[in-house]
Design a protein around this ligand. Structure first.
Ligand SMILES: Nc1ncnc2c1ncn2[C@@H]1O[C@@H]2COP(=O)(O)O[C@H]2[C@H]1O
Length: 956
């Protein structure tokens, strides 16, 4: 511990301990010499008196200095805070009993020497400084590597001092009797060294051993009785102390032996094979040698969490230092190898060692981060011999890395690398060529082709396989198809909503595969979006263009913005800053969207023509992130909204100019189209809104239980198509875990978007009444897209750690992923043509939620059509519950609830009396009549006969 002020003395420091030792020596000198010189007066002669007096006054000087220079400058704790203020420290000491005793111990009774001569007993007050003597041992005990030695020494000191007192008393008593003319065999006979003889006698008496001379008179009997009583007491005390000391030092070992004996007896009683018994005993021995305890946690449980963590890190520093999580670089993991070796197994028979991990290695992170599309393990791991592992829970991992996006990146890169290696090993050569996907490249069509081929052969199976990839339910599939399919590297590249709210391919290539499952008259769409490698020159060039465009847009809309935008946000956030961030965080990512579209039997257009599926995936990432270039912390909320495909939307211009990276070059060469302007404006707005919220959140931090990003979501269904189509929209979490409830027998569209912590925002606008809201925290701010015409502004906010983001939207609230969709109402807000004019901005900063959110919204989740996909649905249910927690802990303004209306539906509706706002379920209840539960949960937003979710018109 370091104290800033020089005059302050650390009571835990070595310097202070040394001083204490010096004072203790002085005290011991006084304690021994006073009685010695008083009893054995002949030891203090005129010849050696000067030495005695020198030592006497030297010790007095030390006593004095101790008061003036040391004790008054000792740092102390006041309500848990170290006080090192000079006056405060002095005041603290002066108020203590120690100060009074210290002063009393220096009372100069020596002055009576002039009257009585040098009488050492006049120095008796020096013994009052005994508290220093005790403190010294306490400090020594605390810092000693073997405290029991300190304790034994202290006990011996007591014992010797007691004997010393007794020997002095015996000598004095003998002298007294001799002065009375009593010379019997009991009294000291002046033979040999008086002190040694008396000490010997006192020892025999105190310990009740040896053959003591028989007392001859009443005084001697009284003395001996007293001496024995004291001896017994002291002896018992000392023996007990010594026993405790040694017992404590061996307690761990005793406990360990006891536990081992119990286990051994148990095994013997049950006639466990000898080999197994030996293994158990071996484990006991190994464990003892490694950590000298069988239950390390029990020893640490009493400590506060922080202290426990510090202790664990300190104790296991050499191991933990090897783990990037603790190096501040990256956090990984489920398990950290402390010592020993573990083997990652693979191959068809699981008999091939893929890797051997040693101390400091980590494993188990892939499933934790859902990088394989879900939370399943991608490999078996077995211990080679004994291993000692640290376990890092998912929550702890997320907690640890949530504020370290760079660490997350590194963690994911590492995991991706592993997955790529594994996939390469197991991938069939024929398929390998087709499905290989490399983030940052444009070979997605080949991958899609492969998927199409696979699905054509057996649509259901392969659909499931793909789904399994997304949900991580399958490991074999994930090795067949590139695991990267379900992963995306973090990217900050903004996605650009199309003006009509359709495709938001973002900067990335958006690919759609449509297949038809004739048997069940379904069409399945798979949209695979792959980001560009933003490190490419094209990306940089494009970002540069966007930057200039944004500046133009900024000028055009500046007037309106000035009225509403928060100045702080304006100051800290500019379109270019967003672009900077996008550029900085450039990196490939990949999204996979699966959309399963039911084909009505009377649909003349056949499968795939009724694209009404809606998909909204919103990823929201908020908090401080490190600027990769500057290393500075910066605010950022990343939200990505991923509506459906450009094919669905049919906005090729938009896609060509904004989304499709392959066509980026052409766009850059031309003037930005109005659509581009709209999109950019949307982006700009959204970025501001996001940052505004981030800032607000930091100002008014929201504590959430779950660090995993909750989501937001809304989906809707057109009632006209009700019963035919179902929408499923899955928000994803920060770590891209989402989910795909693929309806393979129901009717309806399901669109599932999985992604990783995408760092994007893409406001999208919808065409119709709007929807979407995502509500949440108490501290949400209001952002209203100006110029929204009617109904609903779609606002999608993602809740992550109590954060929201709202997306500007359209006039009527729009459709979400598919422009042509007839059934789906929406989910993801996609920008409409008027996006530029509809630039929303923060209106005010209140601690309440005022976003243009759906009012009277109702979300109906229908599991019926997804009954056979219960596994995926259950994933959704987990997402919901996660969201619920996050939302509820954010103290949302309005309450809402999930209720099971019947066996097939779950409704999310605002609480009574709520006048618009967001859906923030803080209750999740289940009707007693319901039996389906969330396990078979589908997802169908629905509110009334025509609209699923209403959104209040936004006010600017
Ligand atoms: N080829 C590999 N080399 C090293 N570690 C691996 C390899 N394959 C899988 N793993 C690890 O084994 C873990 C098994 O569980 P997870 O899938 O959660 O995460 C996996 C990785 O951490």
């Amino acid at each position: 511990m370091k104290f800033p002020r020089k005059h302050a003395i650390d009571p835990q420091g070595r310097l202070y301990l040394l001083w204490l030792f010096l004072v203790t020596c002085c005290y011991t000198y006084n304690a021994w010499s006073i009685f010695l010189r008083a009893a054995f007066s002949h030891h203090q002669t005129a010849g050696n008196l000067k030495y005695w007096l020198t030592f006497d006054y030297l010790s007095d000087l030390v006593y004095l200095l101790d008061i003036l220079l040391i004790k008054m400058h000792i740092v102390y704790l006041d309500e848990g805070i170290f006080i090192d203020d000079r006056k405060m420290m002095m005041k603290n000491y002066l108020g203590k009993i120690d100060f009074k005793l210290d002063v009393a111990s220096l009372v100069p009774l020596d002055i009576f020497y002039f009257v009585t001569g040098v009488k050492p007993m006049l120095r008796f007050p020096r013994l009052l400084k005994v508290q220093t003597f005790w403190e010294c041992y306490t400090r020594l005990d605390a810092i000693a590597k073997a405290p029991h030695f300190v304790r034994v020494f202290k006990t011996c000191t007591y014992m010797l001092f007691m004997i010393h007192i007794q020997s002095c008393a015996f000598y004095a008593f003998s002298e007294f009797e001799k002065s009375k003319g009593i010379y019997n065999e009991w009294v000291y006979n002046d033979q040999g060294n008086a002190y040694i003889r008396c000490f010997y006698f006192a020892t025999k008496t105190a310990t009740s051993i040896g053959n003591n001379p028989t007392p001859q008179n009443i005084n001697e009997f009284m003395y001996m009785t007293l001496a024995w009583l004291m001896g017994v007491f002291v002896f018992a005390l000392l023996i007990g102390q010594v026993r405790d000391i040694f017992q404590a030092s061996r307690m761990m070992k005793t406990e360990y032996r006891k536990t081992m004996d119990i286990t051994t007896n148990y095994m013997q009683n049950l006639k466990v094979p000898n080999e197994l018994q030996d293994r158990v005993k071996l484990w006991f021995n190994y464990n003892w040698e490694q950590q000298k305890t069988l239950n390390e946690n029990a020893a640490l449980d009493i400590l506060p969490l922080k202290m426990r963590t510090d202790l664990a890190i300190n104790v296991h520093y050499q191991t933990l230092i090897k783990v990037q999580l603790f190096q501040g670089d990256v956090g990984h993991e489920m398990y950290i190898v402390n010592n020993g070796q573990v083997q990652v197994m693979g191959g068809e028979k699981n008999d091939i060692v893929l890797a051997t991990l040693h101390s400091g290695s980590v494993f188990g992170e892939i499933s934790l981060l859902s990088l394989a599309g879900g939370n399943r393990r991608t490999a078996d791991v077995r211990s080679r011999g004994f291993s000692n592992l640290f376990i890092l829970s998912k929550n702890d991992l997320q907690e640890a890395i949530k504020d370290y996006p760079d660490a997350q990146d590194a963690l994911k890169r590492r995991a991706k690398k592993i997955m790529a290696q594994n996939a390469k090993r197991e991938r069939k050569p024929s398929l390998e060529e087709e499905v290989e996907v490399k983030p940052g490249t444009h070979n997605t069509p080949r991958m899609v082709s492969a998927v199409i081929q696979a699905m054509d052969k057996n649509p259901e199976i392969h659909f499931r396989e793909v789904t399994q990839i997304l949900t991580g339910r399958k490991s074999r599939t994930s090795s067949t198809l590139p695991p990267q399919l379900s992963m995306d590297r973090q990217s900050s590249v903004e996605q650009h909503p199309s003006p009509d709210g359709s495709n938001t391919g973002g900067t990335d290539e958006l690919l759609v595969v449509e297949t038809t499952q004739q048997g069940s008259k379904q069409s399945t769409q798979i949209s695979i979006r792959q980001s560009l490698n933003q490190e490419t020159a094209e990306r940089r060039s494009r970002l540069s263009k966007m930057r200039s465009i944004n500046e133009n847009v900024d000028d055009k809309t500046g007037a309106c913005e000035e009225q509403h935008a928060d100045s702080a946000i304006e100051n800290t956030t500019s379109p270019n800053s967003f672009l900077d961030e996008a550029e900085q965080n450039a990196g490939g990512y990949m999204d996979v969207k699966i959309k399963n579209t039911p084909v009505p039997e009377n649909d003349p257009n056949g499968p795939g023509s009724q694209e009404s599926g809606i998909s909204v995936d919103e990823l929201h990432e908020k908090g401080t992130r490190k600027d990769r270039r500057s290393g500075k912390e910066r605010l950022g909320i990343k939200t990505r909204v991923a509506p459906l495909t450009k094919r669905e939307q049919g906005k090729d211009d938009w896609d060509a100019s904004v989304d499709s990276s392959s066509e980026l070059g052409a766009t850059e060469e031309s003037q930005p189209s109005s659509a581009t302007m709209s999109a950019l404006q949307q982006q700009m707005w959204q970025k501001r809104a996001s940052l505004f919220q981030a800032k607000s959140s930091l100002e008014e931090p929201i504590v959430t239980e779950n660090t995993a990003s909750p989501y937001q979501k809304v989906a809707s269904e057109n009632k006209n198509e009700a019963g035919k189509g179902e929408n499923f929209s899955n928000p994803t979490s920060q770590q891209g875990r989402i989910v795909s409830p693929p309806p393979n027998h129901g009717r309806g569209d399901v669109s599932v978007l999985t992604s990783k912590p995408a760092r994007k925002s893409s406001p999208s606008a919808s065409q119709k009444a709007g929807d979407v809201s995502v509500p949440t925290s108490q501290q949400a701010r209001k952002f209203s897209p100006p110029n929204s015409q009617s109904g609903g502004d779609a606002s999608v906010s993602a809740v992550q750690q109590g954060q929201r983001v709202s997306h500007p939207t359209s006039q009527n609230g729009g459709e979400v992923s598919s422009p042509a969709s007839r059934q789906v109402r929406k989910v993801s807000p996609s920008a409409q043509g008027e996006a530029v004019s509809a630039t929303p901005r923060p209106v005010q900063r209140q601690p309440t939620y005022e976003l243009p959110l759906p009012c009277h919204s109702e979300l109906i989740l229908t599991p019926k059509s997804l009954m056979s996909l219960d596994r995926e649905a259950s994933v959704l249910s987990r997402s919901l519950s996660m969201q619920d927690r996050a939302v509820s802990t954010s103290s949302s303004l309005m309450s809402a609830s999930f209720d099971f209306e019947d066996e097939s539906n779950i409704a999310l509706h605002p609480a009574d009396g709520h006048q618009g706002g967001h859906m923030s379920p803080d209750r999740l209840s289940k009707c007693s009549s319901c039996s389906g539960g969330l396990d078979n949960l589908g997802y169908l937003p629905e509110s009334d006969s025509s609209e699923t979710v209403h959104i209040n018109e936004t006010s600017c």
